[in-house]
Design a protein around this ligand. Structure first.
Ligand code: HEM
Length: 407
């Protein structure tokens, strides 16, 4: 068996275009839009020989593959490694990296913890923290928005919402980077993120234990499910780990990308100020326009066809959500950020049974920050060049210098 990046190599069927490109090259990850367009133009599926994977970027095909959990499974990993043929770097997630029927049991517990009702309890803390942070930022005027807002807000409110008694913002953000970069090839991004494994993983594992959580919050809801016999004590720890893997870096990215969208489009920020009802659509449009999760994979669990093209069993398919979210066949004027677009069907939170279970709390965090901003901040202006940070699965900013001008 010829293996490549932890999965079985295969040859593409006739009719599938071959594209000799490295989608995980740092330059492409910093500015992915020409790659997204090239992928869509070549067809519904493209074969990338460097990694022996198929790639989907047209909206319909990407959605079909990403949401068909019967033919395209998650249990073999949602990155390039096929868990059937190797040992993953950590114990697989019992929600993200599992298929039905097991998935339904853990998903039910997570969905309860992250239900709109459960999240309503945090709204007041989110509001107060957002107001304090925005006041601090306004007092300074010029800020580095990635560190001072995008990272500062979720790393303050989210560990509290989970009920962590001992938080460490740096380790939380770096753990996210590890989880998401591990989904790509064995490149410098993955190796650099993994270099901190020995320090971070034991800390995260300990932080998920019952003894390290308060009796209230998301963690307590998960452990209550263990007490009720729905899941085991170990599984409860694994689900709390999912909060920390998937709930910090993603939201940090969402807030950074949101601030970038609004600072680049002052007229759109003005519209938000005059019509706060546009806050929710503005968040959805940020998810479509910047695709914080740009690429996740699936594995074909059987021989099948998509768009009339044959796919062999075991094929890894990278689903390029960023390309689907900017497909002109689906979206008019996709390269424009418009707060009133209401982009129904965007794939920023995925699609199908694995669609983001944390989306309510993610939206609530971003909404709290935007609400505080539009009441206090007249203008957000770039104060230097925004710098994107290459990531194997996440598209986030490394630096975003901004000036906040008070109303
Ligand atoms: C802007 C912020 C966020 C973005 C863009 C995002 C994006 C996504 C995407 C694209 C998926 C689908 C993965 C797949 O199908 O393979 C997903 C799943 C998931 N997300 Fe999020 N997410 C965000 C915030 C959060 C938060 C705050 C939490 C936790 C509180 C969270 C927890 C999860 C979990 C546990 C899954 C797996 C669900 C399942 O497999 O059933 N996410 N997310």
């Amino acid at each position: 068996m010829n293996m490549i990046e932890g999965h079985v190599a295969f040859d593409p069927a006739p009719g599938i275009p071959v594209w000799d490109i490295d989608p995980y090259d740092a330059a492409i990850l910093r500015d992915p839009f020409p790659y997204y367009a090239g992928l869509r133009e070549r067809g519904p599926l493209v074969y990338i020989p460097r990694y022996s994977v198929l790639a989907a970027g047209q909206y319909d095909t990407t959605r079909e593959i990403f949401s068909d959990h019967e033919r395209f499974v998650s249990s073999r990993g949602v990155g390039l490694n096929d868990f059937r043929h190797g040992t993953p770097w950590r114990k697989p997630s019992i929600i993200l990296e599992v298929d039905p029927p097991d998935h339904a049991r853990t998903r039910k517990v997570m969905a309860r913890a992250l239900s709109p009702k459960a999240i309503a309890a945090f709204r007041e803390t989110f509001r107060e923290t957002a107001e304090t942070l925005v006041d601090q930022v306004l007092a300074k005027g010029r800020i580095e928005a990635v560190a001072e807002l995008a990272e500062a807000f979720p790393t303050t409110v989210f560990p509290r919402a989970v009920g962590m008694t001992d938080s460490d913002p740096r380790r939380l953000v770096d753990y996210g980077a590890m989880v998401f970069n591990a989904m790509g090839p064995d490149n410098a991004l993955r190796r650099d993120a993994m270099a901190r494994q020995a320090d971070i993983v034991p800390w995260i594992t300990a932080a998920c234990g019952r003894a390290r959580l308060t009796g209230e919050g998301l963690g307590a809801i998960i452990y209550a499910a263990a007490d009720a016999g729905e899941i085991t004590e170990d599984e409860a720890g694994m689900l709390v780990r999912s909060f920390l893997s998937a709930g910090v870096d993603t939201t940090v990215t969402g807030i950074g990308n949101m601030l970038w969208c609004l600072s680049q489009n002052p007229a759109e920020y003005d519209r938000l100020k005059h019509d706060p009802a546009l806050i929710r659509p503005a968040i959805e449009e940020m998810l479509r326009f910047t695709s914080p999760v740009h690429t996740f994979a699936r594995t074909a669990d059987r021989q099948t066809t998509v768009a009339g093209l044959p796919i062999p069993e075991g094929a890894k398919i990278i689903c390029v959500l960023g390309a689907a979210n900017s497909d002109p066949q689906k979206w008019g004027d996709p390269e424009r950020y418009r707060v009133d677009r209401r982009p129904q069907g965007h794939m920023g939170f995925g699609a199908g049974i694995h669609g983001c279970v944390g989306q309510n709390i993610a939206r609530a965090e971003i909404e709290a920050l935007l609400t505080a901003m539009i009441a206090r901040v007249d203008r957000i202006e770039p104060a230097g060049a925004a710098v994107w940070r290459p990531g194997n699965a996440i598209r986030s900013l490394d630096r975003l210098p901004l000036t906040f001008v008070a109303s």
